[in-house]
Design a protein around this ligand. Structure first.
Ligand code: ZN
Length: 244
């Protein structure tokens, strides 16, 4: 892992990571044949490039020739919990060849990046909690607070998307207290459909990203023909794009 600022810092960062995260770095770098870059967001070359995952203050940009972890504040503020999260995004893309969702129209860029991020989180949070168990308390508190704000001023497909992704995450990884908060929120909505049934169908498709997208977007009534899937072709070290 190389920091764009100075070599010295990245060795230190790498050595300070827990063994499990160093292992993720090694596996990703061995797979792609280049080092993961740590870079301030302000240094991004091509600002118009669709930003992959815009999270709190760190995000990842997995390209076929470059893997970047971008941060907005100080590199010292990046915790093991956040490194684990971003490295899992990169590991799923490069090592496990899980395709990413891309819009056919640039205008759909930001909303698509957000949806792609949460589709990945449905799997990533489970793995991240295993890598960094100490994150569980804050994780539960954040989701409980999130459910308390339901329906988040949303309606239509955006509401359905939030409901099904957070339902899948809460149901699989959260405490009974957080599940109760979810139950209260859903009850108050008096939904004309069964979120439990829709989530069950989506969960059964989770191992295949394409099927998972089709299932979730079918429930949200989002037309899948507005999107591509982009997959990393390890053998030829390039991106492959295809219809859903
Ligand atoms: Zn993420």
């Amino acid at each position: 892992m190389r920091c764009a600022l100075c070599r010295q810092m990245d060795k230190q960062i790498y050595n300070n990571l827990p063994q499990s995260l160093r292992h993720l770095v090694d596996e990703i770098e061995a797979h792609v044949g280049f080092e993961i870059q740590l870079q301030p967001k302000g240094d991004r070359q091509n600002v118009s490039e669709l930003h992959e995952t815009d999270e709190e203050f760190v995000g990842v940009m997995p390209r076929y020739d470059r893997a970047t972890i971008e941060y907005q504040r100080s590199v010292d503020e990046i915790s093991d919990e956040i490194y684990a999260h971003e490295l899992l995004h990169l590991h799923r893309y490069y090592v496990r060849n899980i395709p990413h969702l891309y819009p056919k129209k640039k205008a759909d860029g930001p909303s698509t990046a957000g949806m792609e991020n949460w589709l990945e989180h449905v799997v990533i949070y489970g793995e991240q909690l295993k890598l960094v168990p100490t994150m569980a308390t804050k994780f539960n508190a954040d989701l409980e607070g999130f459910w308390d704000k339901c329906p988040w001023g949303l309606s239509g497909y955006a509401l359905r998307f939030n409901l099904i992704t957070r339902y899948l995450i809460t149901n699989q990884y959260c405490s009974s207290t957080t599940k109760k908060a979810m139950g209260r929120a859903i009850k108050e909505l008096t939904l004309p459909f069964s979120l439990r049934a829709a989530a069950k169908t989506a969960k059964s498709a989770i191992r295949d990203k394409r099927d998972f997208v089709v299932s979730v977007f079918g429930f949200c009534e989002i037309p899948v023909d507005k999107f591509w899937l982009r997959e990393y072709d390890t053998k030829n070290r390039r991106n492959v794009w295809y219809d859903i």
